[in-house]
Design a protein around this ligand. Structure first.
Ligand code: UD1
Ligand code: UDP
Length: 425
């Protein structure tokens, strides 16, 4: 049935392309590392199709981390709003994105603006488009924790973007259900899978096809780390963390837990540290002196994917990593109290541990010492799609552009009919 739907969608999209001459101007807004990774497959899919003219606009909410992420996919933004400043707050990001997009959308209106996910770039980008009455497409729509401050501010960013959007690309049935419960019109919601899986397939395919010397060049890990993960008989734990709601006490507890785990002689902890100063300060202070804790700069996506594959398990508060790790069969201890990605929890590869030192150490110890428990979490499965989400989004955009053109033509016909009709005075 699903295969038939895909075929029908592809057939309709092809037919529309052949009969419609006008190209669709798609304006893609992205600001942070995960948006870059998850929109890269969409940008590739649209750019290689003659129906689209694509403009990639980086807000610059992230500078280095976004460049690093886009670079791997060979994508260069057409516009860079360069809004980032050290220690920026939510007011800074929201207002600066809005102000920077105003003249761009005043000068020319794209046919549609695409945003992804739940960052403040996502929300402010959608809002700017709405203010100029430009249709908005939301990639990765409908995820919810139903807790206003967890994750903060992402839960509300995603809800608000969902209420602005005209077309919703929901990654799973559950995210579709969430939108339906909020009275979003069913005809505007499409279950596409998550483009994170497209990106993961793309990078793994690239890495798997390299011989060992080319692979070594492609994976830009420090030599010591590359050797370590390829030769050690210890267990490698990969760590990331950056959530705003974990700043302060949360990160203190996380660092204490990692410090405690590092007292074991059978583990190596590899932690590429996010550039946010609220993260770096406690991490450097508490963890930099431990010999078996390797603090790295943020890694490019190829190197990070390579490390995920080499790790025994992952401790993280990241959204994207919760989607990628199940595909790789890597257990995840998720340092959150609640998640908007319940699918992998239900399947058993992701476990919520919050930021309690005791709980993190307890669950990590179980994974290290109890083989049966480890095996029960370490199996490859993928609730987030088949790696074809970007193609579906492209085909749906072609359909969307044709229906917008039709309604525009109907509107124009109605208008000229009303002009031609005799007036009753
Ligand atoms: C942002 C998103 C979060 C997303 C995360 C992905 C918001 C509010 N937060 O959080 O949803 O999960 O990105 O990583 O949208 N910095 C740099 N260089 C960079 C990136 C960040 O120096 O390339 C530093 C800067 O000091 C910056 C700070 O990190 O001020 C915080 O960046 P910001 O985008 O505000 O928050 P993140 O924690 O990165
Ligand atoms: N990632 C990366 N380098 C790193 C850490 C993570 O490329 O050093 C990738 C990871 O594979 C995932 C994405 O970045 O695709 C997740 O980004 P992040 O955790 O910053 O944001 P979130 O997903 O929580 O919004």
């Amino acid at each position: 049935m699903q295969a038939f739907r895909i075929f029908a969608l592809r057939f309709t999209a092809d037919f529309i392309c052949r009969t419609t001459k006008k190209r669709m101007n798609v304006f893609i807004i992205l600001g942070t590392r995960p948006e870059a990774i998850k929109l890269a497959p969409v940008i590739h899919a649209l750019k290689e199709h003659p129906h689209f003219t694509v403009t990639v606009c980086a807000t610059g909410q992230h500078i280095q981390m976004m460049k690093q992420a886009l670079g791997i996919f060979g994508i260069e933004p057409d516009i860079d709003l360069a809004i980032m400043k050290p220690g920026q707050d939510l007011f800074d990001i929201t207002t600066n994105v809005l102000l920077a997009l105003k003249p761009i959308f005043t000068e020319s209106k794209p046919d549609i603006v695409l945003v992804q996910g739940d960052t403040t770039t996502t929300f402010a980008g959608a809002l700017a488009a709405y203010y100029k009455q430009i249709p908005v497409g939301h990639v990765e729509a409908g995820l919810r924790t139903f807790r206003k401050y967890a994750p903060f501010p992402e839960e509300v960013n995603r809800i608000l973007t969902g209420h602005i959007a005209d077309i919703h690309f929901a990654p799973t049935q559950r995210s579709q259900q969430n939108l339906l419960q909020e009275n979003v019109s069913q005809s505007t919601i499409h279950v596409t899978g998550n483009t994170a899986i497209d990106a993961l397939h793309w990078i793994l395919n690239k890495l798997n096809n390299l011989d060992s010397s080319t692979l070594r060049l492609a994976v830009q890990l420090p030599e010591q780390i590359f050797q370590l993960v390829n030769t050690t008989d210890k267990k490698v734990i990969l760590v990331t963390g950056h959530r705003r709601e974990n700043f302060g006490d949360g990160f203190e507890h996380i660092c204490s837990a990692l410090h405690q785990l590092s007292l074991r002689s059978d583990v190596e902890i590899i932690y590429p540290v996010h550039l946010n100063p609220n993260v770096r300060e406690p991490v450097m202070r508490v963890l930099s002196q431990r010999e078996n804790i390797h603090l790295l700069e943020p890694l490019d996506y190829a190197s990070f994917a390579y490390l995920m594959n080499k790790s025994s398990f992952i401790i993280t508060d990241s959204g994207g990593v919760q989607e990628e790790a199940p595909s790789l069969g890597k257990p995840v201890l998720c340092m959150r109290d609640v998640t908007e990605r319940p699918e992998a929890i239900e399947a058993g590869t992701v476990l919520l541990v919050g930021t309690s030192q005791e709980k993190i150490v307890y669950e990590a110890t179980k994974l290290l010492d109890d083989e049966a428990h480890y095996n029960s979490m370490a199996f490859a499965h993928n609730p987030y799609g088949d790696g074809k989400a970007a193609q579906r989004i492209r085909d749906l955009l072609i359909e969307f552009s044709s229906s917008s053109q039709q309604s525009l033509q109907e509107l124009l016909q109605k208008f000229s009919a009303s002009q031609a009709a005799p007036r009753n005075t």
